[in-house]
Design a protein. Structure first.
Length: 139
């Protein structure tokens, strides 16, 4: 299965979310899935594309910098909108993975076109069941 993960920061940046995503991506890649992470190129010295532990990483240029952080469009929602707007990819299941667990966060994900929603802590067995359920509805 091909899996796309979109988030603002990824390795070598370290945070709770990046650690979860890195573990999840590596686990899925080790199981034979093709995993791509779409993230920011928050440091211009980072390569635009690389493969880390079997995970393909694509870094997009940053729109603006504020203090030590970056401002980027909400790439997860935009990536979902783009996938769902294209007739060739619209049937691809999208599951939002986020640290935000409020009802409004789930509503935003579903409004962007996500097919399901999960929050951290990410539990791989639970996530794999959600993936299987989505694939079963698409076949």
């Amino acid at each position: 299965m091909k899996i796309l993960v979109a988030l603002t920061y990824y390795r070598p940046h370290v945070s709770g979310l990046t650690i979860y995503v890195e573990r999840l991506a590596r686990s899925l890649a080790a199981r034979g899935h093709v995993v791509t992470v779409l993230t920011s190129q928050y440091d211009p010295k980072l390569p635009r594309r690389e493969t880390l532990d079997g995970v393909h990483v694509i870094r997009m240029p940053v729109a603006a910098r504020v203090s030590k952080g970056v401002i980027m469009p909400t790439i997860g929602w935009e990536a979902t909108r783009q996938v769902k707007a294209n007739p060739q990819t619209a049937a691809i299941p999208v599951i939002a993975l986020t640290a935000h667990a409020m009802v409004e966060d789930r509503q935003k994900a579903m409004a962007a076109g996500c097919d399901d929603f999960d929050t951290k802590p990410i539990e791989l067995p639970r996530l794999l069941e959600k993936i299987k359920a989505q694939l079963a509805t698409k076949i």
